[in-house]
Design a protein around this ligand. Sequence first.
Ligand code: ATP
Length: 363
Amino acid sequence: MYAVELVNISKSFKSSQNKDFVAVKNLNLSITEGEFFSLLGPSGCGKTTTLRMIAGFELPTSGEVYIQGEPMKQRPPFHRPVNTVFQSYALFPHLNVADNIAFGLEMEKISRSEIRTRVSNALLMVQLEGLENRYPRQLSGGQQQRVALARALVKKPKVLLLDEPLGALDLKLRKEMQLELKHMQQKLGITFIYVTHDQEEALTMSDRIGVMYQGKLLQVGTSREIYEEPQSRFVADFIGESNLLMGRVIEQIGDRGIVLVDEMLLFNIISKNPLPVGEFVTLVIRPEKAVLYLATSDIQGYSGVIEEAVYLGTDTRYLVRLSEQNLITIRQQNLSNHNENNYKPKQSVKVKIIPESIRIIQD
Ligand code: ATP
């Protein structure tokens, strides 16, 4: 049984001109129990609308939402075994921390003593012990977010929905909270469905990621699958940094092929799927999968010229011109005692790209 199943759900809104605007299109997704699943995509792609349909704040125009095998069509939000944490925290300003956390339980007519126990356990879980009598205005952003989290967790939902919950925090706190959330989720075993537009955040935290674009779910997979095996130009470009080179297939024998880019660069590639000779494809090359060598080295590689070198601490990011139309970004680790790594603008170099690391997209 899945924790959440979305079967062909779509959602349309009426625009100001009374036209239908499709925010989510024919989305199918199954989320396993205990999974940390992220919906990732740029602003406006339909992530929040999808989450709100799971929560019951929006009803799908068509399709069905199942939670733990049960259809949700007739169930209002408060009768669904889910809880939502919003970016805005949505705390009650006139209630202190303990009362904010207890609020949902009091609505459920649970005994005073049980409420007290559950609230103090929740405070412990989010590391806010001792702050129970403070009001939201007396807390930092990070602390307010923890209260919002405790308030959701205290109700012991089967599924926790999180809509950009760390969006308002500064980068350092955000990174700390990412790890904490992940640990908490593993400890509690609750299914988390996490909405974010931050690809690094999704890669760090998720068991699986669903990448959305223009209302469609383009690809679902583990962080590694999404990064290493992008199936569309959009996913390759949105997740991490990619070099996307357009080329024409000029030969394929077995799983090996040759793609011609810019009428002069030949790329050896390996493809599980047969590639149509004569057709155009996109080659995806991650910046860390290309290696720079001195132009005088006898290694086999493409000749290039460094146009830009940006030192980034752990590595250096080079922009290398391979042909009139093609620049490629290469990231080289800054290893100690390795001066060869130190290339300068205008320097001629050789670029080696391992055929196995090139991904091919046909779209
Ligand atoms: P963000 O990261 O900016 O929150 P998102 O991916 O979560 O974006 P949604 O909030 O789901 O995107 O919105 C998807 C599209 O649907 C947007 O174009 C938005 O303007 C539109 N939309 C969302 N809610 C409504 C509504 N109630 N009425 C009309 N249009 C809406």
